[in-house]
Every structure is written in structure tokens, then in C-alpha cells.
Design a protein around this ligand. Structure first.
Ligand SMILES: C[S@@+](CC[C@H](N)C(=O)[O-])C[C@H]1O[C@@H](n2cnc3c(N)ncnc32)[C@H](O)[C@@H]1O
Length: 776
């Protein structure tokens, strides 16, 4: 056994690591802190060095491989790959230097699973240097290494290009897609960063591919920030693209004997939807897309296979500002395009439109938050958008996808055997009444597989060009995609999630349930609230109301659940931006199902529900009839019990700036007298489960009463307790902030209550909400 005179006895790797870094970082840069160098779960990146610590390294191969996996992740995320790999055996005071360049092949692979697992089979080359940093010479060498700022230049491929694009756009805010991926093919020869690295020259190698064909599935993710929203490009998963061809083939089967047919895709991107078509099918296809680099890939993939690409060849002026002149499907020159019109005007030609239109909703909260609201409404000034406005009204005008759907029927489909096969969330038919055509067949696909991380229903529907205004519901097969790890590789397969129904909405809550009674002007005084239930005095869009019978304000807005929390409020005073109604003492109870329905999405996250299940007033006549007959008394009390225990009920008590005490009538704290809710619930015959919920609530209230912020002159609701009394401290560690709650019992009981409330809601409330079509 070899003798080693130096030995430290750290027992904990993390402690050893921090001690090392605290000792060495000031020698590298006095401003560097341990937190600055630790990220992405590795032990630290200091300039051009990645460090991996072990108490004792007995197997260099395995530790090196673990580090290589970290470097693989850095490349994929668009982070520079340090030139040096330093493996540190802390208790021995020894370090081993490797050069990442020698392992570039391995770094450029994609690894599945935890970096620290399955590393034993890796065989490393001899290390470049061993550093004995228990001695002065080694310490000096370590400092020298840690100061070096060399990186290994990596190859750009389809695994990492999105990461590097994000980094490029992040560092160069006004940069365009051309500046990143421009190539020297075609008429517009802007050589992009990947082909001639300047900003990223220390980190990436020149990409030698002549065109961008290799990135065809990622072209949407490579759009620069300025165009991302405008283009609304979310590509279809290839498996879904292939599945939807079943619908296209049904449409082809309906082509009358003796007819020619075309398949038109005006927003083809790089041609995902066409990729599994047969040569015969492709010979009927006409494609175009508005974004220039997509157009080029489209050309490269399909120019000799499809019937036409619009424009058929690139001219000197085709490129304009990153777009393709003549290919904006919403402009007049496109509608009048002679190639397409020659088929549309031919009676012996059947038209099949097959598209996944851009998805951009200019009023969505996401757009507004990103400050793109105005910018992304550009399409609204287009010819098609303006024409559509003459024919339809309402919310449907806000969706760019709707302009494609509407224009398909308006300009292209003429005969009953013409067809539209279109990808879109269901609301255009369900809630917006954009079309009333015959539904033939369709699928529900999971939006998660369209380059987003939101699970929701995207329907691909086959509509025949025949009117069917009486259609009230139909069923589609829901199909998800799952990934399985087999032999270290990811395999993907379909999961049949069964048939789901899509039902038409006729009435909104606000039409049939909102309380719109007139109140004398003298009561139109007082304060308004923000979403958090506190007084808010700016951006006010409605009139306050202080009436002896008003107890609060409810928002149960919008049919869909795209912004579930914005569209649901319960406040002691009007919400500053409206969209709700005032709750009165005499009928607040019958409004409780509305609030309960707005919480559906919170407790039902399945993708098959989101985007498909919506709020409707269609059952209102039955509801009011049964209400008058007293059949719903029990259900309303259940909804009330749910409402008082649900944290989105943001009613809180406070003194307004008008000097008035705003009371919370929908809580069960009776310290300062009964509330409307407490009185109503006294009449309820409770099940064991309901009694337990109340017992838990009482425990929470008792715990809340001994907190430092407790104010005995207030009746607290659950939300006010959560927000004002369940206090916490924030601890920063390793760039992560952790909340440490001060009253563990209180905090734990609130969490338990929320679990129980969920079960109660799903079992006792949701079925009746569906029965009366509050949810449909
Ligand atoms: C949702 S993607 C679909 C792409 C491809 N068909 C697929 O399914 O993966 C929508 C495409 O429409 C393109 N696009 C956006 N606005 C357009 C417009 N006004 N005219 C034509 N194409 C447009 C986008 O660049 C994007 O490629």
C-alpha cells in the first residue's frame, strides 16, 4: 500500500467543496462568491474550469464521465464549455486535470437520467496532469488553472442550437434570426453567427452545413424574440402530423370521380404536416410560409415534390425583414395569388385545406405581460382580419388562428366535397361560433407536444364544407404521447386517452347569472380592490358600490380557463378592472356555484380538460327552476362551504381609505360576530367529511390567533390568514431562496386543508356543476 502523508478528514463533500472554494476563489477574483460558481447541479465552474469534488476519488473514469455529462448539459443550454476539467480528491489533497477537448465527442452526446448514475463503464484517457495541492507548488498551479479562461469550442447541432440561439438573442437584444442562422444559399446571403461566429467565437465552431435543413423541426424555436409572437409558430409533433393524415386521406376519398384536388397549407413552416405524405399526395400539395428561413427549408425539402410553393422561386426582393414577400396568407396579394386561384376557380378541382395555423391571441395575459400586446396585433390590420371583422363579431376576432379558419371557408372552399382539416384549440367552434360546418372526425392532441410546456387540448378537426348549424356536440379521440427509456434511449409512443366530447356553448355566465340590478347613484361611492383583495386606487375601470346590502364582488369571467386566476375573484369591494358583479345579501348563496366553477382548472389539470371544458350558462333555466323548487339548497351550502375554505376567495377585512370598515361576510371566523356564511352553514346538515373540514378550519383559526400579526378586531378568512399571519423568512443559499415558515403547525394545517378541500370539491361539487352545465 502506497503511503500518503497528507490526509484531511472531511466527512461531508459539500463542506469540503465550500472550504476549497472559499480558500481559492479570492485568489482568482476577490468578488467571486461560492454561489456565483455553483450552478446546473455541478460542483462549480470557475472561469474555464469545471470542478468536481469527491472526498476520495477511487475511480477517475466514473468521476470524469459524470463531469462530461455536466458539460453535455452546458452545451445543450448554450453555456460555454470550460477547457479544463479538474477532478478533486479532497481528503487526499490531489487534483486531476483533463482537457475537455479530448472528450468532445462524448460531450456532444445527449445523456438521459442523473449525471451521477451509470458511470462505471466509461474508460478515460490518462489525465493530463496530477496536482498535489497539499504542497505549495500544487497550490500555485491550482490558482493558475482557476484563473485561465479558455473554453472548448463545440459543434452546433440540433441538440444545442436552441440553447445557443437563446443565449445569442439574450446577449444581443435586437438581433434577428438572419443574424443567427443566415446562410449563403438563395438570394439573400446574410451569413449568420453559427456560420461565422463573432459574438460566440470563443465558444462555438463554425457550422459547416450549407443550409438549415437539419434544424427543420426547430425553426419555430429559433425565431428571434421580436418575431416569436407575431409568427405564433408552434410546430406539430411528427407523430401527430402522421396521425392527422388519416383525416386528410378521408378528405381525399371524398374527392368526386374525375376531379383533380389540391391540398393547401398556407402556413406550412418547414413542412411538418407534409413529411409523411406519399409522393402521390405531395404532388397535390401547395405550400407556403411567411418566415424566410422556414421558406428556404421548405424549398429544400419539397421544391421538386409538391405541386407548388408560393412563391415558386426566390427573387431578389423575396426577403424583406426576415419575411417572405407574397407569402403572408392574410394579405390581399396572397388571397389573389394566381396559382392558387387557378385551382379555386376550377370547378373540377376539389380543395382540401390542411393547416396548423399560427397561434397568437393578442389579448392573452401572456402577451400583455411580455409587453407584446400591441406588437402582436399587427396581423389585425391585415386584409383578412379586416374582412373577417365585417362578417363576424366578438372575441373570435382576437385569435390569429381564427383568421386562417375563417378565410379557408370564405376564400377557398366552395363545394360540399371541399374540406378543412385544421389544428386549433376548440374554442373557435365551441365558444366563438366561428364556423357551423359538418364535423366529420377529429382528434384531441396534447399541446405539450407542440413545442410548449402547457398541457392542453389542441383539436385537429376535419370539417366538410357543408352547413350544420344544429351541431351541438361531437366526440374526438384523445391521444397523448409518452416517452419511455429503453436501453438508455428515449422511445415515444401514443397513449389512447379515450373519447372526449366537445359541446357547444350558447350562453355565458354574465348573460344569465351576473346580478345586474340597478342601484341608486347615491350608493356609487367607496373603494375598489386589486386581485389580492387589498384596496387599489389606480387603473380603475368600474364604479365602486357601497350599498347596505352589498357584501362583495365576484368575478367569474370568460368561458375558458386560459387565465384561471385572473378570471376568478371574490373580494370585499368591486375589482378595479371589472368583469364581475356585486354580490348582494339576498341572493349571494345562489352565486356560489359560479365561484366554485371558476376553480375547476386548479383542481383538474388533465390536458384533456384544459382548453375543452369551459364555463357556460346553458343550464340556467333548469338551475333556476330547481332552485325555486328548493332542490338545490344542499348543493348551494356545499358550494358555500367550499368557497369559505378556498384560498382564491380573496375577501379580507380592512379599513378602507374612505374610513369604512370592509367586512368579510364569506368567512367562518365569528370572533367579532356572525357572518352571513357562518349563519347559513349553521343550517347545513353536515356529513362526517364536512365536519372534519370545519374542525380543521377551527384548528387553523386557533393557531392563527397566536401569531404575531393577529388582529383581534378582524374576522379572518382563510386567505387573509395565509397572506397576513402565516409568515415566513427567506433564506438564500446556492442561488436558491427557500421560505422558512414561522408557524409550522399553522402552515402545515393550511396545506392539509387545501388537500381535503380539493377532494371535497371533486366529489361533492364538480358533478353537479356539470349537471347544471356551469361546466360544459
Ligand atoms: C403553428 S406553425 C405550423 C407549422 C407547421 N405547419 C407545423 O404544423 O409544424 C404556424 C406557421 O405559420 C407561419 N406563419 C405565421 N404567420 C403567417 C402568415 N401571416 N402567413 C403565412 N404563414 C404564417 C409561421 O411562421 C409558422 O411556421
Amino acid at each position: 500500500m502506497a503511503e500518503n502523508t497528507f490526509y484531511q478528514d472531511y466527512e461531508n463533500e459539500l463542506t469540503a467543496q465550500v472550504c476549497f472554494l472559499e480558500q481559492y476563489l479570492p485568489m482568482v477574483d476577490q468578488n467571486l462568491k461560492v454561489d456565483d460558481v455553483q450552478n446546473d447541479y455541478n460542483d462549480g465552474v470557475v472561469n474555464g474550469n469545471i470542478l468536481e469534488f469527491k472526498l476520495i476519488i477511487n475511480n477517475l473514469n466514473a468521476v470524469l464521465f459524470q463531469t462530461i455529462k455536466y458539460l453535455s448539459v452546458r452545451r445543450i443550454k448554450g453555456k460555454p464549455v470550460p477547457a479544463n476539467i479538474i477532478l478533486i480528491s479532497v481528503n487526499e489533497g490531489k487534483a486531476y486535470l483533463y482537457h475537455s477537448n479530448d472528450y468532445l465527442n462524448d460531450i456532444e452526446k445527449v445523456y438521459v437520467g442523473a449525471a451521477s448514475k451509470d458511470n462505471d463503464s466509461f474508460s478515460a484517457k490518462q489525465y493530463v496532469e496530477q496536482i498535489d495541492y497539499s504542497k505549495m507548488k500544487g497550490q500555485n498551479r491550482m490558482i493558475q488553472l482557476l484563473r485561465s479562461k479558455k473554453y472548448t469550442k463545440i459543434n452546433i447541432d440540433e441538440n444545442c442550437i436552441v440553447g445557443w440561439a437563446n443565449r445569442f438573442y439574450e446577449d444581443n437584444k435586437s438581433a434577428t434570426k438572419a443574424e443567427f442562422i443566415g446562410d449563403e444559399t438563395g438570394k439573400t446571403r446574410i451569413v449568420g453567427e453559427i456560420r461565422n461566429p463573432t459574438k460566440l467565437r470563443d465558444y462555438i465552431l463554425r457550422y459547416e452545413g450549407k443550409s438549415n435543413k437539419k434544424f427543420r423541426y426547430l425553426m419555430d424555436k429559433l425565431n428571434d424574440d421580436l418575431h416569436k409572437k407575431d409568427l405564433g409558430a408552434f410546430y406539430t409533433d411528427p407523430m401527430y402530423a402522421e396521425k392527422s393524415l388519416e383525416l386528410v386521406r378521408e378528405a381525399i376519398n371524398r374527392v368526386p370521380e374525375g376531379n383533380d384536388y389540391i391540398i393547401l397549407d398556407r402556413c406550412a413552416g418547414t413542412g411538418n404536416l407534409e413529411q409523411f405524405m406519399t409522393d402521390e399526395e405531395l404532388s397535390h400539395v401547395i405550400v407556403s410560409t411567411y418566415e424566410y428561413y422556414e421558406y428556404k427549408v421548405l424549398m429544400e425539402n419539397y421544391s421538386d415534390k409538391v405541386r407548388s410553393i408560393i412563391p415558386p422561386v426566390e427573387s431578389n426582393d423575396t426577403f424583406f425583414g426576415g419575411m417572405v414577400r407574397g407569402a403572408n396568407a392574410l394579405e390581399k396579394n396572397y388571397i389573389e395569388n394566381e396559382i392558387i386561384m387557378s385551382y379555386v376557380n376550377d370547378e373540377k378541382c376539389t380543395i382540401i385545406v390542411f393547416e396548423n395555423p399560427p397561434y397568437s391571441e393578442s389579448t392573452s395575459a401572456e402577451h400583455q405581460r411580455k409587453g407584446h400586446g400591441k406588437k402582436s396585433s399587427e396581423w389585425k390590420k391585415s386584409h383578412v382580419a379586416l374582412e373577417m371583422k365585417k362578417h363576424i363579431k366578438g372575441k373570435g376576432l382576437n385569435d390569429m388562428g381564427n383568421a386562417f379558419i375563417w378565410s379557408a371557408f370564405h376564400y377557398y372552399l366552395r363545394q360540399p366535397t371541399d374540406s378543412l382539416i385544421v389544428y386549433s384549440p376548440v374554442k373557435y367552434w365551441k365558444a366563438q361560433g366561428l364556423i357551423a360546418k359538418r364535423f366529420v372526425r377529429g382528434f384531441a392532441f396534447n399541446r405539450r407536444h407542440f413545442h410548449t410546456n402547457i398541457g392542453a387540448t389542441i383539436m385537429v378537426a376535419y370539417w366538410a364544407n357543408e352547413d350544420q348549424p344544429e351541431l351541438d356536440e361531437f366526440s374526438i379521440q384523445a391521444i397523448d404521447i409518452v416517452e419511455k427509456k429503453v436501453d438508455g434511449k428515449i422511445l415515444r409512443e401514443f397513449v389512447d386517452c379515450g373519447m372526449v366530447t366537445v359541446k357547444k356553448l350558447h350562453k355565458t355566465y354574465s348573460e344569465v347569472y351576473y346580478d345586474k340590478r340597478k342601484v341608486d347613484d347615491k350608493y356609487k361611492v367607496g373603494i375598489l380592490c386589486g386581485l389580492n383583495g387589498k384596496e387599489k386606487a389606480s387603473n380603475i375601470r368600474i364604479k365602486p358600490l357601497t350599498h347596505p346590502n352589498v357584501i362583495g364582488y365576484m368575478v367569474a369571467h370568460s368561458s375558458g380557463f386560459d387565465n384561471p386566476d385572473l378570471d376568478s375573484s371574490l373580494l370585499v369591494a368591486g375589482r378595479y378592472d371589472g368583469n364581475g358583479f356585486y354580490l348582494f345579501k339576498d341572493n349571494f348563496l345562489e352565486k356560489m356555484p359560479l365561484f366554485a366553477a371558476t376553480r375547476f382548472y386548479k383542481y383538474n389539470r388533465e390536458w384533456t380538460n384544459r382548453g375543452r371544458i369551459m364555463k357556460s350558462g346553458d343550464g340556467s333555466e333548469r338551475f333556476f327552476k330547481d332552485l325555486r323548487a328548493g332542490k338545490l339548497d344542499g348543493f348551494l351550502l356545499k358550494c358555500l362551504l367550499f368557497t369559505v375554505l378556498e384560498p382564491q376567495n380573496h375577501m379580507r377585512e380592512f379599513e378602507g381609505s374612505d374610513g369604512k370598515d370592509y367586512k368579510n361576510q364569506l368567512c367562518l371566523d365569528t370572533t367579532n360576530g356572525n357572518t352571513l356564511a357562518s349563519k347559513a352553514l349553521k343550517t347545513m346538515k353536515m356529513s362526517e367529511e364536512e365536519k372534519e373540514l370545519l374542525t380543521l378550519w377551527e384548528k387553523i383559526l386557533a393557531e392563527a390567533k397566536v401569531t404575531k400579526n393577529y388582529n383581534p378586531s378582524i374576522n379572518y378568512g382563510l386567505f387573509q390568514i395565509k397572506d397576513e399571519l402565516d409568515t415566513f423568512n427567506v433564506i438564500q443559499k446556492n442561488r436558491k431562496s427557500t421560505k422558512v415558515y414561522e408557524y409550522k403547525d399553522l402552515h402545515g394545517d393550511i396545506a392539509t386543508l387545501s388537500k381535503r378541500v380539493k377532494l371535497y370539491y371533486l366529489k361533492e361539487i364538480v358533478p353537479t356543476l356539470f349537471e347544471y352545465e356551469f361546466l360544459k
